[in-house]
Each structure stands twice: as structure tokens, then as C-alpha cells.
Design a protein. Structure first.
Lengths: 125, 291
């Protein structure tokens, strides 16, 4: 199976590590980490990714702007995007979905939830 | 002469001695006989024709009956096949149900294992992240993040026990309503004070995790150093969608209790030193032995 590239954009090292742990449960996935939206854009410029997971609240560039930038980019516009939000941030979630995010995960995150969502969007059995 | 001709007319030719009446009778008899023969022959022919039709009909009936018998045999054979197939179907269904049950068990166990792996990963991440920095502010931030992001706590207060051991004072709060200032807590007084005194974890287990208070917090996590309480974290409210404790929460709280106290102490000691080399002075002074 060809390796799948996943970009995780999250400013909290704790959450990032947790998401990476969860994604490691999916066979053939290679994870690249980014600390915020700007870092995420830099990583996207260097490599082609199959899926992006991004937090909403981040310094420098937040997740909403990142979603907008990805959807406006001819090269990356079709990449599936999962946003990570808190349950209370319904407005952020709605905005992210309106901007073109494909799915969302609420915190505190559970590995099986992350795995299921990523598999669903990557159409993995 | 005329009388002789009459006599000749009454007798038949060549039988001049047979009476005319007899000859007539004979002829009539012959004609009747022939007529009956014809009739009889016609009847025979008719009867024969009917018999032929009967034979033909019987032949058709016979063929139909033979076909019927053959058809019945085929039906009987089909019925036997259907019965065998029904039996096979029943066996396959039973096997399918068995396999489905096994599959469900397997899925259940697989899901359970995934959850356990997820819980272990959460504990691992929490444990390692608490010790990734020696800057007190950073450690506190990590601890707050752990409570918010991993546990799902919305409002909580972190306390440290005062050096005189009589009170615990709040040093970090998150999610409290504006203007709420946590009062110092007397050691061994109330749920928070008791946890500060005993070092035992308190978790409310009476149903839903509705918003708590300082008097009745949802959880109080002791912060310990080598088993000795140095503070506590009181959880007053959880995120709206967290209706009950997760399987990993108690272990997470226990881990926080054991690790966060020492992480805060290390960071505090480190901050009071001028350099890492100075901080390691304790090892040079014989700190390699216990006690």
C-alpha cells in the first residue's frame, strides 16, 4: 500500500503528541507536525499531503484561516481537512465547515474517534 | 302358346322346375343377407373407426400419464433436492450466526483494546508532557492543558499548601466566572482541605457531572511529592458534552497526582538556581544515595 501523508497542525505539543499516537495506529500513514497555521502552510508548500488535521485556536494563523488558504490553493484545494474543536465552540466549527472543512473532532479527543474519521475520509477499510 | 309363355316367365332361366315365388324369396333373402352384410360391415367399419379413435385417445392418455408419472418423479426429486438445500441452508445460517457472534465478540474486544491503547497513549502523553519543561509557568500551562484537553475540565483551581501546612492557596484558576476569587482552604476542612491533608483522590460518582462548587467539587486531585501532599487541583465543571467520567480519568488523575507535584517542585527548584549545573549540585553532595 502506498504511504499516506498526513499533516497535523496543532500548537499544543500535548495534543499534537496524542494525535500522532492515534494516527500511528493506521497502517501506512506518515505524519508531519506543524505548530500553527503558518508552519502548516510551509509544510504544505514542501510536500503533497493526503489529509490535514488542524486545531482552530492557534497563534500566528488559526485553523479557520488555514482551511480558507488550503481551499483557495489550486494544488491543495481537494485535500480532506478535519478540524479539532472544543464542544462549546459551535460557531467556529460551523465556520470551519462553511469554509470547506470535511469533518470535525471535539476535544478531549479519543484515539478511536480520530482513527475512524481519518479512515473515513481517506476511504480506508 | 300364350299359357306356355306365362309358365316360362314364372320360372328362372335354366331352372325350369323352381317356382317363381321361391326364386323371389331366395333373391329377397340374398338381397337381405347382402344388405345386412353391408350394414354389418359398415357397423364393423364404424366400430373399428371408433376403436381406432379410442386407441388414439388411450395412446394420448397413456403418453400423458407416462409424462405425469415422469413429472411426479421429477417433482419428488426436486422436493428431495429442496429438502437437502433447506437443510444445507439451515446449517449455513447456524454457521453464519456463529461467525457473526464471533465477529461481534472480536469487534467488541478489538474496540476495547483500541480504547485501552488510547487510554495508555493519553497517560503516556500526559506523563511525558508534564516533564518536558523546567520553567514553572510552562509546567503550570502543561498541567492546565492536560486538565482541559485530556480530561475535559472546564473550570478548575490549582492549590499549593502553604509552608506552615495550615492552609492551601490557589495559584492558578481557569474557567471561573468573572469576579470569583477562590478563598484559601484550611487543611482537612471540606473536600478540598481533606484531599490536601490525606493525599487521596476525590471523584464525585453520584451520576451526572453537573457543575460543582468549592464545597462540592466534581473532583479533587492531590498533588504529591514522594507520597506527601503539596497541593491539589479542584475540578468544578466539565465541558458540556462530558456527561460522565471516562475510563481513563481516574488513572489520569492518579498520574497527575504523582507527576505534577514533582514536576512543579523540579521547575520551582530549577528556577531558583542560576544554572542547570548548580541545580545538579545535590548529586555532587552525595545525593546519589536514597534519603
Amino acid at each position: 500500500m502506498a504511504e499516506l501523508a498526513c499533516l497535523v497542525v496543532e500548537d499544543s505539543p500535548m495534543m499534537r503528541q496524542l494525535i500522532v499516537f492515534a494516527l500511528a495506529r493506521i497502517k501506512g500513514i506518515q505524519v508531519t507536525e506543524a505548530e500553527d497555521g503558518v508552519d502548516g502552510l510551509k509544510k504544505l508548500a514542501q510536500k503533497r499531503f493526503d489529509i490535514v488535521l488542524t486545531d482552530i485556536n492557534m497563534p500566528m494563523m488559526d485553523g479557520l484561516k488555514l482551511v480558507k488558504r488550503i481551499r483557495g490553493d489550486a494544488v491543495h484545494k481537494d485535500i480532506p481537512i478535519i478540524v479539532i474543536t472544543t464542544e462549546g465552540a459551535a460557531e467556529d466549527r460551523q465556520r470551519a465547515m462553511a469554509l470547506g472543512a470535511n469533518a470535525y473532532i471535539t476535544k478531549p479527543i479519543q484515539a478511536p474517534q480520530v482513527i475512524a474519521k481519518v479512515k473515513e475520509l481517506l476511504k480506508l477499510t | 302358346m300364350a299359357g306356355g309363355a306365362k309358365r316360362a316367365a314364372r320360372s328362372s332361366p335354366g331352372s325350369g322346375d323352381i317356382p317363381v315365388d321361391f326364386s323371389k324369396k331366395r333373391d329377397a333373402l340374398v338381397r337381405g343377407f347382402l344388405k345386412r352384410g353391408v350394414e354389418f360391415t359398415e357397423e364393423l367399419l364404424k366400430e373399428n373407426e371408433e376403436l381406432r379413435r379410442d386407441v388414439a385417445r388411450l395412446s394420448v392418455d397413456g403418453a400423458r400419464l407416462r409424462a405425469q408419472v415422469a413429472s411426479d418423479d421429477a417433482i419428488r426429486e426436486l422436493l428431495r433436492t429442496i429438502e437437502a438445500l433447506e437443510h444445507e441452508k439451515k446449517s449455513l445460517l447456524e454457521r453464519s450466526n456463529e461467525l457473526e457472534s464471533l465477529s461481534r465478540n472480536y469487534e467488541g474486544r478489538s474496540g476495547e483494546m483500541e480504547r485501552e491503547i488510547s487510554d495508555l497513549a493519553t497517560l503516556h502523553v500526559a506523563g511525558t508532557q508534564l516533564h518536558t519543561s523546567f520553567r514553572p509557568r510552562r509546567v503550570v500551562r502543561q498541567l492546565a492543558e492536560l486538565m482541559g484537553q485530556l480530561v475535559g475540565a472546564e473550570a478548575f483551581v490549582m492549590y499549593l499548601i502553604e509552608p506552615d501546612g495550615k492552609n492551601a492557596r490557589a495559584f492558578y484558576t481557569e474557567g471561573l466566572s468573572a469576579g470569583t476569587e477562590p478563598e484559601p482552604v484550611a487543611i482537612a476542612d471540606g473536600v478540598i482541605g481533606e484531599t490536601c491533608a490525606t493525599g487521596l483522590l476525590h471523584m464525585r460518582r453520584d451520576g451526572k457531572l453537573e457543575r460543582g462548587s468549592f464545597a462540592d467539587p466534581l473532583a479533587v486531585v492531590p498533588l504529591t511529592v514522594e507520597g506527601r501532599p503539596v497541593g491539589a487541583i479542584a475540578v468544578l465543571a466539565m465541558l458540556a458534552h462530558k456527561a460522565e467520567w471516562a475510563s481513563v480519568d481516574e488513572e489520569l488523575f492518579q498520574l497527575v497526582g504523582r507527576s505534577a507535584g514533582s514536576a512543579l517542585l523540579s521547575a520551582s527548584l530549577y528556577a531558583s538556581m542560576e544554572s542547570p549545573l548548580e541545580a545538579l549540585q545535590g548529586l555532587r553532595n552525595g545525593g546519589s544515595t536514597d534519603g
